[in-house]
Design a binder for this molecule. Structure first.
Ligand SMILES: [Fe+2]
Length: 191
């Protein structure tokens, strides 16, 4: 399988970003997630998956540059569609639709009435699990922040005991990333 280069991925982001601000927010986040994921895995697939995972966010901006936060949960499936339209292999498209939270199940979609087709959106491969986990440590808030494992543990607990356990399992499996040097380099706080 031919995987796109860093430069090609940056081009893809630039082509789909509705504004310079959206590009800066999403691409920087993807770069950071790739750096964090790189602490857990040297796999080129992990790097590419991390760099692409949030491209679907671009499809949530309206003509006035506002993000449709009510449908934010759809950014994964929107990204999967976008990459499929770009002709990228299925294994890469899946990183978009299989990184949200600590994994969404069919029951989550049904019970929370999420605007998604009823299906499981879980990390199936090791590479998907690394990207999903790394993504939890940086957030595209205003301003963006790095999120410590302790803070994410509290955050995820609000979504139920099963989600808290899933994160605990990932934490035990991969360990905690070192966020200090990245926070200093990018100038974002660690919460
Ligand atoms: Fe993300």
């Amino acid at each position: 399988m031919r995987v796109p280069s860093d430069g090609e991925i940056r081009e893809l982001h630039l082509r789909h970003a509705p504004s310079a601000e959206a590009f800066d927010l999403v691409f920087t986040h993807c770069e950071i997630v790739a750096r964090i994921a790189g602490q857990f895995s040297g796999s080129p697939l992990v790097r590419v998956g991390a760099l692409l995972h949030d491209v679907g966010v671009y499809r949530l901006y309206d003509a006035d540059g506002r993000l449709d936060s009510a449908n934010y949960i759809r950014h994964g499936v929107l990204g999967e569609e976008l990459l499929r339209e770009e002709g990228l292999p299925e294994v890469l498209c899946r990183f978009c639709s299989h990184h949200t939270g600590v994994g969404l199940t069919c029951a989550d979609v049904r019970e929370q009435r999420l605007p998604l087709a009823e299906a499981d959106y879980l990390a199936d491969t090791d590479e998907e699990a690394v990207v999903m986990y790394a993504d939890k440590f940086h957030s595209k808030t205003t301003p963006p922040v790095f999120v410590s494992a302790a803070t994410y543990t509290v955050k995820v607990g609000r979504f139920g005991e099963d989600k808290a356990l899933a994160f605990k399992g990932m934490r035990e499996r991969f360990g905690e990333p070192e966020l200090g040097p990245l926070a200093a380099e990018y100038g974002f706080a660690i919460i």
